[in-house]
Design a protein around this ligand. Structure first.
Ligand SMILES: [Ca+2]
Ligand SMILES: [Ca+2]
Ligand SMILES: [Ca+2]
Ligand SMILES: [Ca+2]
Length: 328
């Protein structure tokens, strides 16, 4: 089932699929019409783009906030249903947040973390406001801050280590995000619920170095499912709970050069597959129950931009976000 392909390729694709990585240094400009334009003005690092799935650009499209030192994240910081923007600067742990309908949040410009930590976001309590998580791979140290600034139950707990890649997702359906780890060397998955208990697929082996791991709710039961994307061939696999597979398990779609993402693009509650090609900004999408989405094949973004997906206008459909994180 798992064929091999060169390790360096897997690592490259794996890294660029992470929000942690500063993308390549090639520069190009973003064309607001959605087509690559040879004569478009170069945009600086910190430039944001935002394109509503069933509409035009959002209020902060083309805004500049941040610079090449920041990692972009997104989620609903103020629980109004609209995805907001979050930035994290590793060298001094500086956090920023900007609410989509205006204003900074309470923890904007506060410092928490350092260069050895990677940032994640999730919903750690019941207030539906996005909370912050950091993970230090060197010793598996986890940190969490809920919106009011307090730590969550598992703050400072050690779980994982240098070989693991961390995720935050709700794997038991209680609307609280849980912690997930994936070890590429042997495809080992781990999960810890809010109270520290394991989920039913903890320690299961599925995958390997050539696969990109993703989490999303593929069947719409509000429980995050595991997905693998094999970048060199475009093979997709998914597991619902510990063993059941989804409708597109085993399908081939995509190939080398794409970053793989999951988000509900058509608002049916099921995560759909999205591919983004940094070399030319091509976006593709495949709905979980079949068919492409409205912006399939569109070019927007390109070298220097990192892609994100979030529901910026609260219509239940994930929208596209890009953030430029190079100065070139
Ligand atoms: Ca919001
Ligand atoms: Ca599910
Ligand atoms: Ca969907
Ligand atoms: Ca939307």
């Amino acid at each position: 089932m798992f064929k091999r392909f060169p390790r360096h390729l897997a690592i490259t694709i794996g890294l660029i699929s992470s929000a942690l990585v500063y993308a390549d240094n090639v520069s190009t400009a973003i064309d607001r019409t959605g087509r690559q334009a040879a004569n478009a003005l170069l945009t600086p690092a910190g430039n944001w783009g935002c394109w509503i799935t069933d509409g035009g650009k959002c209020s902060w499209d083309a805004a500049v906030w941040g610079d090449a030192n920041y990692i972009p994240l997104t989620g609903d910081v103020n629980a109004d249903g609209n995805a907001d923007r979050v930035l994290y600067r590793p060298f001094d742990g500086d956090w920023g947040c900007w609410i989509t309908d205006g204003g900074k949040c309470s923890w904007d410009e506060t410092k928490w973390g350092s260069a050895s930590y990677q940032p994640l976001v999730g919903y750690l309590n019941s207030d539906r406001k996005l909370d912050r998580v950091v993970y230090r791979a060197a010793d598996g140290d986890w940190g969490c801050r809920i919106t009011d600034g307090n730590a969550c139950e598992w703050d400072a707990m050690k779980w994982g280590g240098i070989e693991f890649r961390p995720f935050v997702a709700d794997v038991d359906g209680d609307s609280i995000s849980d912690r997930v780890l994936y070890r590429a060397t042997d495809g080992t998955w781990g999960c810890r619920l809010r109270d520290g208990a394991s989920c039913n697929w903890d320690s299961q082996k599925w995958g390997g170095v050539e696969y990109i791991p993703l989490l999303g709710d593929v069947n719409g039961d509000h429980i995050a499912d595991r997905v693998l994307y094999w970048g060199s061939t475009g093979w997709w696999g998914c597991k619902v709970n510990s063993s059941a597979i989804c409708s597109w398990d085993g399908q081939y779609w995509g190939g080398p050069g794409y970053m793989a993402m999951l988000a509900d693009v058509n608002g049916d509650g099921k995560s759909d597959r999205v591919l983004y090609r940094p070399s030319d900004g091509e976006w593709s999408c495949m709905l979980t129950d079949g068919g492409a989405c409205s912006w399939n094949g569109q070019k927007w973004g390109g070298p220097g931009y990192l892609p994100l997906l979030g529901d910026v206008n609260h219509d239940g459909k994930a929208d596209r976000i890009v953030y430029k994180n190079t100065n070139n």
